[in-house]
Design a protein around this ligand. Structure first.
Ligand SMILES: O=C(O)CCC(=O)C(=O)O
Ligand SMILES: [Fe+2]
Length: 316
């Protein structure tokens, strides 16, 4: 496979069982192989996407001291602003060449769950930023719910298997700014090679060059989406749960060639996380003689904490 396969969520949502099954087979096969698909037919409309990019650019254009006033100590960067160079990929000491913002879950029907999560941070300088972030969060969460329904069927589970685990889940919307590069970065890159932590990631902004995905044979291929597509990949939580039937593929964001150092990159991943109590224990349906259980039992909450320590975002 030398390019990322494309699927259309409208096929899954249609009342036509043949189209629905084709979507399930196509996305399942893509995830068994390269771990990524480009997806059309999602729930984001163009106006929302345009507004979000405008607001995100406005935010990163604010003076550094204003942005830093939205950095919240003690929560591992889970809400608000995380400044340039702070996050490094697992096992790498150089920080990535990026700054980012985190919008978290909007819990409206469960007081205990609301208290479990850090509160979302409100940017006072930008009237629309907070609301546009919330709307995008909801639309990406809805898109992810249908993708997980298709994957549940692919794994021979009930279609709604994931629904209760993702309702009020610990998902995060992360607008990222990779600023212009001003000096030779030595060993640092925009985003060093990594696997995502969560169940699945829905990425806005993969339309230009930069994102690369590593195939099984070690080759890196460009992952470029059409303007109306989201890039959607499997994270480590779903890989563990499925005994690595669905692959969490290593990916990275390379630095642009020197003549393009002056340009920023903006991308906006939505990391779909379940509630912290979800057991990621390998599903029985994914174990047989040829596929012995590969991962220890662990909950989503325990796994997330382990990984945030490895990323340098929380201290032991
Ligand atoms: O910026 C991108 O295109 C990808 C970012 C990414 O892989 C991540 O934040 O996990
Ligand atoms: Fe990633």
């Amino acid at each position: 496979m030398d390019r990322i396969p494309s699927v259309d969520l409208k096929d899954f949502i249609s009342d036509d069982p043949i189209r629905k099954q084709k979507f399930i087979d196509d996305i399942g096969k893509a995830y068994e192989d390269i771990g990524f698909v480009a997806l059309k037919g999602h729930f984001l409309d163009d106006t929302l996407v345009d507004n979000l990019y405008d607001e995100v650019k406005n935010f990163f254009n604010l003076p550094l001291e204003v942005k830093e006033s939205y950095e919240v100590p003690g929560i591992g960067g889970q809400r608000g602003y995380v400044s340039f160079g702070k996050e490094s990929a697992k096992g790498k000491k150089e920080g990535d060449l990026k700054e980012f913002w985190h919008f978290g879950q909007y819990v409206e029907d469960d007081e205990a769950r609301r208290k479990e999560y850090p509160e979302n941070v409100t940017v006072n300088e930008l009237a629309q930023f907070n609301e546009v972030g919330k709307q995008t969060y909801k639309m990406l969460e809805k898109t992810a719910k249908y993708v997980l329904r298709a994957l549940a069927l692919y794994l021979n589970l009930e279609e709604t298997y994931f629904d209760n685990f993702i309702h009020n889940g610990n998902s995060i919307l992360r607008p990222i700014h990779y600023p212009p590069i001003t000096e030779e970065p030595k060993n640092a890159v925009r985003a060093a090679a990594h696997g995502d932590i969560n169940l699945i990631t829905l990425l806005m902004g993969a339309q230009g060059r930069g994102l690369q995905v590593q195939r099984h044979d070690g080759e890196w291929i460009d992952a470029i989406a059409e303007p109306d597509e989201l890039m959607i990949n499997v994270g480590d939580m779903l890989s563990r749960h499925s005994n690595n039937k669905l692959k969490s593929t290593i990916h990275r964001v390379i630095n642009p060639p020197r003549e393009l150092w002056g340009t920023s990159r903006y991308s906006i991943p939505f990391f779909m996380h379940p509630i912290s109590e979800m057991k990621l224990d390998v599903l029985d349906s994914c174990i047989d003689e040829d596929h012995p259980k590969q991962f220890e039992d662990i909950t989503a909450g325990e796994f997330l904490t382990e990984r945030l320590i490895e990323l340098g975002l929380i201290k032991k």
